[in-house]
Design a protein around this ligand. Structure first.
Ligand code: ATP
Ligand code: MG
Length: 566
């Protein structure tokens, strides 16, 4: 199911290659361009998701590899859906991924004057006209994939009349939708995009950047390629749904006095299992309250992933591994998970935390005594050093790590059994205290002072090593465990997408106990809670009431669950 790239290596291409890099490196070799210029062109109508990361890594990556530049350009041609909040968030997210556009920040709206002039230019050349068909009529005239369209009765309106109407559209004389400007191409073209596409429409709305300066706006198609041309973009890399727009893209740059002729090349979008990569649907999840916001840790947005603790390096690594290809496919979330685990395993410090505490009293340990035991911060990284972990008579163990009546394969703590407490001692359970309902509320244990550090001098072995936290020093915290946002692999495939939401995508656990070193945590650095997974301090956390999000488990539990379920 996971797709890999259809690559073959390009000549002179030092980076791992794909068909786009091959084309670009060939252009570098032939000296076709003075330098490579790409762009990442988001519409600021939502937050960026991991699909956008694929495009960001490609555009900024290629520019860096070839010593070129990558522009950040906002394709802000639809004032109704665009907001400053999204513009700011997009910049933050691109930077977070590790990419920088320097002074090359542009907006399609910077070109509104030029685009207006070019609309007039097309009209003057007899290549565009003002049309007054209603939206419904326009649809009917457009024809279908199997039938040609019909010319609008206004198609041959005199140039002067169209120019006059355009000026009056601009002056605000007409209501939204009353008139449009259309390119005069071919109503019988097999490619529907060439059937006299709309290039300007009336929208009385405040634009986040140009305010009320305009009440007519260029369509995406009329703004995108020309903005590329104005910015001297050499390679305009976009997703496959724009393949059918390419003839139109070229028609505009061929028929307008643009300063350069960029080349559009399409690649496959990223699709990921168990989530959706569409701003429209993500916005719906936010608006209808199915998630707490764009940065809900379950969201596939970059801000959600950041809050979840996923390192940007893991996302960049993932984008490199999936490669760039020409056919749409579905990538398994497990592949992203693997990149996250690999990255965090190297960099995350280890700590101990007990999510569902069970109190344990070490009967033969002196009351009031505390020892500082040595613990390794990260066995994968010597430079991470050591820390001290306090040990005392009262501890917390994980409730799941004890069974009063254990089945055969349960090797953790049970009555009469000895286990190792990580970095501490061997302890043996001597007594189980239950409440009136028969629930275990406390364990009594004895420790062997000769096993300090976790090894027995007589060489005897135990089958389990458990994590623990000293009660006297524990920090109380809330912990949130996450699962896939959607239980279906391809949400919405068979009906309403909301039906596919995973009702158990978050579990909130309060009263968790953390070792004191976790007081110094950052919202930007995930830590490993030993045996439980990688976690990160939530950005909404306070010192008085810390909240940790689980980024990911240590192993792929989902695959196991699915296998079990058949
Ligand atoms: P959405 O469908 O989520 O609204 P979009 O394509 O409308 O996405 P844009 O803001 O236009 O969003 O996207 C900016 C750039 O990111 C475009 O070049 C687009 O092709 C690319 N992009 C968007 N989604 C993906 C994806 N899933 N995989 C790869 N590239 C993507
Ligand atoms: Mg788009």
């Amino acid at each position: 199911m996971t797709s890999m790239s259809e690559t073959d290596s390009g000549e002179g291409n030092p980076a791992s290659s794909d068909f786009i890099r091959d084309i670009i490196w060939a252009d570098v070799a032939s000296g076709k361009h003075a330098g490579i210029v790409t762009r990442f062109p988001p519409e600021p109508n939502g937050y960026l998701h991991i699909g956008h990361a694929k495009s960001i890594c490609l555009n900024f990556g290629v520019a860096a590899e070839t010593g070129g530049r990558c522009h950040l350009r906002f394709d802000d041609t639809n004032p109704v859906r665009e907001e400053q909040e999204f513009i700011d968030a997009i910049q933050e997210d691109v930077r977070w991924l590790g990419f920088e556009w320097g002074t090359d920040a542009y907006h399609a709206s910077d070109n509104f004057d030029q685009l207006y002039q070019w609309a007039k230019h097309l009209i003057s050349e007899g290549k565009a006209y003002v049309d007054g068909l209603s939206a419904e009529e326009m649809r009917a005239y457009r024809g279908t994939l199997t039938e040609p369209g019909k010319n609008s009765p206004h198609r041959d309106r005199p140039v002067a009349e169209s120019l006059d109407l355009l000026a009056r559209m601009r002056a605000g004389e007409f209501e939204d939708g009353a008139l449009v400007v259309r390119a005069k191409i071919d109503m019988a073209a097999p490619n529907m995009n060439l059937r006299d596409p709309v290039i300007y429409r009336i929208v009385h709305a405040i634009h986040p950047r140009t305010g009320d300066a305009w009440c007519i706006y260029p369509t995406y198609d009329f703004a995108h390629g020309q903005s590329d041309a104005i910015e001297n973009i050499t390679h305009s890399l976009c997703t496959l749904e724009f393949e059918d727009h390419r003839p139109l893209y070229e028609w505009f740059v061929d028929n307008l006095p643009v300063p350069s002729h960029p080349r559009q090349i399409e690649f496959a979008r990223l699709n990921l299992t168990h989530t959706v990569l569409s701003k429209r649907i993500l916005m719906r999840l936010v608006d209808e309250g199915h998630v707490s916001g764009w940065d809900d840790p379950r969201m596939p947005t970059l801000s959600g992933m950041r809050r979840r603790g996923i390192p940007p390096e893991a996302i960049v690594d993932f984008c490199g591994r999936i490669g760039i290809n020409k056919s749409n496919s579905m990538v398994e979330m497990a592949m992203l998970d693997a990149c996250v685990r690999e990255d965090l395993n190297k960099r995350a410090v280890r700590r101990m935390a007990v999510l569902r505490p069970l109190k344990v009293v070490i009967e033969n340990y002196p009351d009031g005594q505390t020892e500082e035991l040595d613990a390794v911060n990260n066995p994968e990284d010597e430079t991470a050093g050591m820390r001290k972990v306090p040990f005392s008579r009262e501890l917390y163990l994980e409730r799941d790590d004890f069974m009063e009546d254990p089945p055969k394969k349960f090797f953790r703590l049970a009555p009469g059994r000895e286990v190792r407490l990580r970095y501490a001692y061997f302890v043996t359970c001597t007594q189980v205290i239950t409440d009136a309902a028969g629930e275990v509320v406390e364990l009594r244990c004895r420790y062997d002072p000769a096993t300090k550090g976790g090894n027995a001098p007589d060489g005897r072995k135990v089958r389990a090593t458990l994590h623990w936290v000293a009660a006297s020093h524990a920090i109380d915290a809330e912990v949130r465990l996450y699962d896939h946002l959607f239980k279906a692999e391809e949400p919405g495939k068979s009906g309403d997408i909301l039906e596919d939401l995973n009702p158990n995508s978050v579990e909130v656990i309060t009263g968790c106990k953390l070792e004191p070193a976790l007081e110094q945590c950052e919202t930007s650095k995930a830590v490993q809670f030993e045996r439980l997974g990688y976690f990160i301090l939530d950005k909404g956390s306070t010192p008085a009431e810390p909240v940790f999000n689980r980024t990911i488990t240590l192993r792929d539990t989902w695959a196991k669950v699915q296998k079990k379920g058949g």
